[in-house]
Design a protein around this ligand. Sequence first.
Ligand code: MLC
Ligand code: AMP
Length: 492
Amino acid sequence: MRDAVGEPLSDLCVRMQLMAATSLFPRLATGSDAPALRFPERTLSYAQLAGAAGRVAAALSGMRRVAMLAESRPETAVAAVAALEAGVPLIPLNPRSGEAELTHIVDDAAPDAVLVAPGTELGADLPQVIIDLDAPAQSLPAVDAEDEDPALIVYTSGTTGPPKGAVLPRRAIASNLDALADAWAWTETDVVVHALPLFHVHGLVVGTLGPLRRGGWVMHLGRFDPAAAGEALAGEATMLFGVPTMYRRLADAAEDSPELAAALRQARLLVSGSAALPAAEHERLQRLAGRGVVERYGMTETLMNTAVRADAEPAPGTVGPPLSDVEVRLLDEDGAVLDVADDETMGELHVRGPNLFLGYLNRPEALNDGWFATGDMATRRSDGYIRLVGRQATDLINSGGFKIGAGEIEGALREHPAVGDAAVTGEPDDDLGERVVAWVVLESDATEDELIDHVAGQLAPHKRPRTVRFLDDLPRNELGKVQKKRLGKSSD
Ligand code: MLC
Ligand code: AMP
């Protein structure tokens, strides 16, 4: 007996079983006409997604690793599914990466090709695979990858030096999405709406691969707009994922829009992450929409570590307990484990579990006996809830949920011919949480706008300073290190 494409049925059954055992997205194999993805320009059903991804997966055959220009459009989701199904590690790129960033990533990761949507280009000399959603469908190959194989390589900023590629295995993606499903009672009946960028784990893994693994669907708004998010929640969307800046903008808009407030109220779950949602915003959303927002805490290297559960009371100021199978511990300055759960004693949060990455590409081991040091300072309650109280290093700026290394911007500024010296700090910002501020000593004339544009050209625009302050000299200690704490004070 043979199926429609002429394969012996028994072989097909074996292949389906293999897919079911290793595909991250079981519903792809069903040929379902149910929606999988909706972007403003296009909706794809599971059958259409499988057909489009199958075609791309065939083009990836034999490749070692590939990059993807991760624009907020359906081709990006298709490319990600294709690479994961083909078992070819994928590097999502910010489509607005500056020249310096792009060169660094391409040199460091050496992708065989870059996946792009029609009409887009990468400013790097790499073979391109064009994702054409109108090309004839092709069936997906059987997944040829093990749980521990690299699946995604996501570049993340450190406090110094250029970004590092965190290598995430398939196991981390699968286990983390399943742990979130447990925490949030997340099923195929859920429709997630968001407008997060697709080159970071929040928007790509949690916001896009998450709904596809559950067999529900994701509605991506293309770009963030409070009214569009409200319309989605008033319609089919059940869950909203966003960063605090988005919730702040939603609350601002809901002050004048009873419709938006009502839409937020009727959502099954509102989830905030990537930065702290201030207590005042929790309270404002509670007052306006009459319901809470749950926070979850993650990192590129670990995916999600903790989350407030859907069936728990809202817990403003905390990021909830560890997800299932995730272990956390607090260490003091000397590296000793703090055996406390008093919500007062602070320590550096270390995590261990199946959600963790394998290490950084081309860099030495990042784990110690399976534990990863997050750099986040936290306290723990007796019920296991974690409260984040800041970061160990002040040189990592969290602006709108994007982590920005001060050293990277200082390097870009120093490359400007008029800049003699530069230091970068983060300052509180009502909209972005923190904003990037540059302190510059000039050697020749340059304006604030010129320096901002220079950084926005070298690095992605979200890394540009929002303010530049000119000084005669940077305060330095006897060892020549810039005393950043004094910079803030000198501006008072
Ligand atoms: C401005 N722009 C410039 C420019 N000045 N472009 C070039 N040169 C200049 N000098 C442009 C920008 O490109 C952009 O264009 C527009 O101006 C505004 O840019 P912005 O200021 O950066 O956008 P803003 O509205 O402030 O963005 C707010 C935001 C964004 C919330 C939408 O910060 C965001 O998407 N945050 C999400 C970050 C995220 O996903 N983090 C997850 C990391 S994973 P245009 O055309 O767009 O208007 C992680 C782990 C975890 O943290 O736990 O999740
Ligand atoms: P990234 O380096 O881009 O992966 O960002 C990870 C960092 O984002 C973490 O180390 C935290 O500092 C921060 N973060 C993520 N989620 C939260 C949250 N819910 N509250 C506060 N900070 C968060």
